[in-house]
Design a protein around this ligand. Structure first.
Ligand code: EPZ
Length: 434
């Protein structure tokens, strides 16, 4: 298992370039199932979840070529010859976002067999709202042997109100609605930038969508969709993670190729906690130390509130802030797996249900710690960057799911970080071409 060795104490200085958003790339790649024409995507991040998505689509008969990232070399997906509308458990169990193929498969092929994604470290992660929406569109759903089987000769537009705001639920049903017969009105939708990015791709493919990014999305179903070439938005969670990295190490970091508008809540909290943040342009933000860090409470909310995917990273910052910070996790039922590892490094954190109380500042001492999920891993990296001594982080494959070349990016701005074990790097383009 891969490990990181991180020696703390260096302020991060310089410029870091943000990669494309994993959580936009995943639905956009699934959108290729909706057409028999080729979809071309720029700015796809080279992370483990994208490799998993490629395996998933390829297993159904799609042709997927992950681009190298150079301008002329984008990622292409062609689902002309779909042979097998099945998302195997072996793949789904490693990435629950595989459920994003459910809506497009039913819309395109009238049939989908998708393994029910198990829970994960942060919660039960049900997809009941995805299923309820498809049933409302006329699909018949059967569940047996750990799989969902959805069938529909032709989905019908409908008026649905999500019981809870769900990001992939909104994306899944948006992809179902674009080929449904008639109009769909979906209310209480997720407003995340990744939903807006998916809608932009679908419109480029010929879909008729209004209201993406608001709570109410209207779709006029069309008979078919054509190909499109689309650039994935920057990863706002990676940008937020590096913003916290600059603040926690009292550095001076420019975060380039990001979208400051997508991280307003994180910028606001970092400023409240005492960091100095300057929005330099529509694509870059600068974070500098501006004196000691101060405690500030957060409560995770759906976008545009403070993102749950930044809660663990903020907690690391709070351990270095003067005072008591209250951290309320409203989205997932078990997203404090990083707490015990931070406590082992010397943090003073108490958890009561969905609220963690952090007393700081604490001098963190380097330790051997264990990564449990994607964002908990990021939290432990941030803590190790300020801990005195050399920390060993185990199971960093969790981090490789959503952060591209993270150790290289950190080293380039002054961190002392090494990877022990096999570097996760996508196979060279020529190998992929075979
Ligand atoms: C997306 O997950 C993201 N993943 C998550 O990012 C992110 O944490 C989450 O949205 C919240 O922002 C991708 O986009 C691939 P939800 P998703 O459906 O869609 C409940 C990361 O770190 N719910 O918005 O699975 C659910 O249990 C990952 O990159 C139902 O009850 O999250 C949760 O409590 C982690 N029934 C709440 O809604 C459903 O059918 C929000 O979940 C669906 C969701």
């Amino acid at each position: 298992m891969d490990k990181f060795v991180i020696r703390g104490g260096n302020p991060l200085r310089g410029t870091v370039r943000i990669s494309g958003a994993k959580n936009s790339a995943l639905p956009c790649m699934a959108a290729a199932l909706l057409t028999d024409h080729e979809i071309a995507l720029d700015n796809i991040p080279h992370v483990r979840d994208i490799e998993t998505e490629k395996r998933l689509l390829t297993s159904m008969g799609a042709e997927v070529r992950i681009g190298t990232g150079e301008a002329s070399n984008c990622t292409t997906i062609c689902c002309r010859n779909l042979s097998d509308p099945v998302a195997q458990y072996e793949i789904v169990k490693t990435m629950r976002a595989s459920s994003l193929v459910l809506g497009p498969l039913v819309a395109r092929m009238g049939l989908a067999r998708v393994a029910i994604p198990g829970g994960c470290a942060i919660g039960g992660r049900p997809i009941d709202l995805h299923i309820k929406g498809l049933e409302k569109m006329g699909a018949t759903i059967e569940q047996a042997h750990g799989y969902i089987e959805a069938r529909a000769s032709k989905l019908k537009g409908t008026h649905l109100v999500f019981d809870k705001i769900t990001v992939t639920g909104t994306e899944d049903l948006l992809m179902a609605a674009v080929l449904a017969e008639g109009e769909s009105v979906m209310e209480n939708c997720a407003r995340e930038p990744e939903v807006v990015d998916l809608a932009a791709l679908l419109v480029a493919m010929g879909a008729q969508i209004e209201g993406a990014g608001t709570s109410t999305i209207r779709v006029q179903g069309v008979k078919s969709l054509h190909g499109a070439h689309h650039r994935i938005i920057p990863d706002r969670i990676e940008a937020g993670t590096f913003l916290i990295a600059g603040a926690i190490t009292c550095g001076d970091l420019i975060i380039a190729e990001c979208n400051p508008d997508h991280i307003r809540a994180v910028i606001g909290k970092a400023e409240e906690a005492g960091a100095r943040i300057d929005v330099l342009s529509a694509h870059s933000v600068r974070v500098q130390s501006d004196g000691p860090l101060r405690a500030a409470d957060i409560s995770t909310e759906e976008y545009p509130g403070f993102p749950t995917d930044m809660q663990a990273q903020y907690m690391a910052l709070a351990t270095q802030a003067e005072g008591v910070s209250g951290i309320k996790e409203n989205i997932f039922e078990n997203r404090f797996m990083h707490v015990q590892e931070l406590v082992r490094m010397g943090a003073n954190i108490r958890v009561d249900g969905r609220t963690a109380t952090v007393r700081g500042p604490s001098r963190l001492s380097a330790a051997a710690v264990m990564c449990s999920d994607l964002r908990a891993s990021a939290s432990l990296v941030l803590a190790a960057l300020v801990a005195d001594g050399e920390s060993i982080l185990d199971r960093v494959y969790h981090m490789d799911r959503g952060y591209e070349r993270i150790e290289e990016k950190l080293r380039n701005v002054g961190a002392e970080i090494e990877r022990l074990g096999n570097v996760f790097a996508p196979r060279p383009a020529e190998a992929r071409a075979k």
